[in-house]
Design a protein around this ligand. Structure first.
Ligand SMILES: NC(=O)c1ccc[n+]([C@@H]2O[C@H](COP(=O)([O-])OP(=O)(O)OC[C@H]3O[C@@H](n4cnc5c(N)ncnc54)[C@H](OP(=O)(O)O)[C@@H]3O)[C@@H](O)[C@H]2O)c1
Length: 225
């Protein structure tokens, strides 16, 4: 790892949200690894993303190998699979920044806020990975379709986490992906961003779009973060 060029490993990166982040970070020149339950699927995703977006990805690996190889890990799997995957890769996350995008949706009522008894998906992640992992929660309110589309992203990102430097790194990564992101406080606050997603899904169904959020009222101060 170099300080400026951390290897980003996206666990579940073959999916909608993960692939949308992957091509954006790769386009910004970052080394990106796609993780999957199946190495062949990861390699196929790398081939597909590379072709579609004309970018170069570092590798496609199974999730454990990806977690071991990554300097910064990103979890992009559905809520129901979050716990199993975290337990599988826990040993490789120690000492690293771990970006959790999980929204605790409980089908079929995904337009209803249904937070887990632990408080939020991000707190589940922190509990499982332990205190040596800098869990940062982000990207819950960005539609995958907007990340997958080329061009700028019409949505801001709320970044929560207990370690200021880790939050700053994730805000920097969001910027590299073409997205404005904001400090939104400690990991306990992730519950608000996670809950908001069900509201956005409701709006999407009602108005047929890919709704996001915008933080207003900061003017140029948002650029100095
Ligand atoms: N989609 C959005 O617009 C959006 C927006 C904001 C936040 N999010 C959140 O981001 C996360 C990923 O969403 P997504 O839409 O990208 O999901 P997705 O495309 O349905 O799935 C992502 C990946 O999860 C992996 N996966 C599926 N079942 C699994 C299992 N049993 N164990 C481990 N991995 C499994 C699959 O990878 P492999 O088969 O390759 O292992 C799949 O490609 C979710 O928590 C979601 O709530 C999504």
């Amino acid at each position: 790892m170099t300080i400026d060029q951390p290897v980003i490993a996206i666990l579940g990166g073959s999916g909608a949200l993960g692939s949308g982040l992957a091509w954006r970070w790769a386009a910004a020149g970052l080394p990106v690894i796609i993780g999957s339950r199946n190495q062949h699927k990861a390699e196929a995703a790398v081939t597909e993303i590379s072709k579609q977006y004309e970018v170069t990805l570092k590798a496609g690996l199974d999730n454990r190998a990806a977690a071991e190889a990554g300097d910064i890990l990103v979890l992009t799997v559905p809520f129901h699979h979050q716990t199993d995957l975290l337990n599988e890769i826990k040993e490789f996350a120690q000492g690293k920044i771990f970006i959790d995008v999980t929204v605790p949706l409980v089908p079929p009522k995904v337009t209803r806020v249904q937070m887990p008894k632990e408080g939020s998906a991000a707190l589940i992640t922190q509990n499982i990975l332990g205190e040596n992992v800098n869990v940062v929660s982000a990207f819950q309110n960005v539609a995958a379709a907007n990340l997958q589309a080329k061009g700028s992203v019409d949505c801001d990102v709320l970044v929560t986490g207990d370690d200021l430097k880790a939050r700053e790194k994730v805000i920097e990564l969001a910027k590299l992906a073409g997205i404005q992101a904001y400090h939104a406080g400690p990991l306990d606050n992730s519950v608000a961003a996670e809950a908001l997603t069900s509201i956005l899904i409701h709006i999407n169904k009602r108005y047929k779009g890919h709704a996001g959020i915008r933080v207003s009222g900061l003017g140029s101060r948002s650029d100095s973060e």
